[in-house]
Design a protein. Sequence first.
Length: 632
Amino acid sequence: MHSIDVIIIVLYILLTLGVGIWISKRASKGLDSYFLGGKSIKWYYLGLSNGSGMFDVSGTAWMVGLLFLYGAKSFMFMWMWPIWNQIFIMVFLAVWIRRSNIMTGSEWILTRFGDDRAGRASHLIVAIFAIVASVGFIAYFFEGVGKFMSVILPWDIPFILNDAVLLTSSQSYALIIIFLTTIYTIKGGMFSVVATEVLQYGIMVLSGVLIAIYAFVSVSDVEINNIISTEWSTIFFGNSIEGSWTGKLTAFNDLVDTQGYKMFGAFIGMCLFKGFFASIAGPTPSYDMQRILSTRSVKEAAYMSGFTNLILFIPRYLLIAGIVVLALVYLAPSLAASPTLSLDDLEIILPTVINNHVPVGIKGLLLAGLLAAFMSTFSAFVNSGPAYVVNDIYKKYVKPEAEPSHYIKASHITSFAIVILGVTMGFFAESINAITLWITSALYGGYVASNFLKWIWWRFNGWGYFWGMTSGLIIATIQFLLDMNKSNFEVGSWLYHCAHIDVIYIFPIIFAVSLLGSFLGTYLTAPTNMETLKAFYNNVRPWGWWHPVYKALKIDEPEVTKNTDFKADMLNCLVGIIWQSSMVLLPIYFMIRDYPKSLIALLIFIITSVILKFTWLDKVRQIPDTEDLSNE
């Protein structure tokens, strides 16, 4: 690595640590200040922070590999997360969530189910889910940043004791970066996280633009067109997906056949099924929910969520598409010639291209940008996870009365504990893809059913929520243990076949079991107290099956009206998904020089933006200013 690149990276790390620690003194006022920034941070800073947190290096490496192998239609793989969630949050969920005016997602549950035994059971299971999810994501980041840094940086730094390799070079790098990020995150809480993430977003955008310019200038139209096919550049598909690679690159067709997505129509159908329910279920109890709860008002919560969508996808996919263009021209022949070609080779395309095919200076900025992507996402989870331990478990059940400084110290200790657990899990991960599939399909499968029902059905109670979440998490845990031990099962046995089912196809089983637990838990126990339901409905005002609650509330408050926005919200969500997709496809088509499709994507972006201005933004502007909750 050239000294100029090293200097850029070192300056970035010092600047990030300096900003994070310098602003950390603002976090010492209490838990509200530490975890939510005192609900005083402006919505556009929170939007930049939220977008920065979603711009992670592990996900970027994963998407680079998918775009390289599958072409333009790979943008639909993102529906596994599902990224639509951000559209549903923008359209209506951010408003519903922010009206609660609480600190965490599990504390929010008490406003829905009450503070009795059933409510506390549901409150506890959400806190447990949030902790498990945070640990899983830290493992995901550990695997991604280690693999990335070990390929990029020129130094081999394994930790060896008595000739035994205790830490590989990638694990050593991951631990160093995680340690540096943990310092300022724990010290400064939400203030430091947002301040550093705004800085990191600027660096990520700059690096994405620079790599796009370099790829555009250094690779000709002819070189790209000689490699990619019409099938690679189309988003249309049939029941199955066929590799379109020809000549010396046909080895990639075999890789397409072995990755579990051959029945592409069924895979997309599964993503659509999961995406709808998971999106209405709302954000998981993690950093994006913390950003919503940190806004100063209901109106600003909606603004922040819309702004996150707007600023995230184009710069991120400029970077991804720029890397893929360079990889197609300079890396594809050598990759295809590898006798051991596998998904792992696709996961290191990103660092390999940067290491070998990016000039001095741009390389340093790009590395700083991707390092920023990792640090911003990691810090967001380190900030959000402990809130559920300290505020929702320790403060509520162990020590309800203490000085603010005591809870902040408890938050520091909890943050370290969650990081250690996540890193430990990361040591046992097979790959970025393995953890991605576990998080998106298995773990989130247990989350969806209960959190979908909580919005739309008045009879759904705390025990239904608890057993729905618990049953889903049990199945997800069993699947994870089977997957981790699949090499130990006898070939052909029942356990062997169960362990080798692709995780995305496990989702319906987890969803069905969780749904069964939700219904049994609900119908075998008493309904939630009507006063609690009336207060929740009057405050949040969701649509769905709430007629008995609405009827009871109407007696006390005759002026209350039903939320009749379901059709309008669903239409806005459909337009929003198209809007979001256009922002993904526009930079891809632009970078592969498919100008007709670029123009179509641009026109779709403009048309959907105009539609959303009238159908969503103008509606948000009409929310009364009295719903400013920052000082309540």
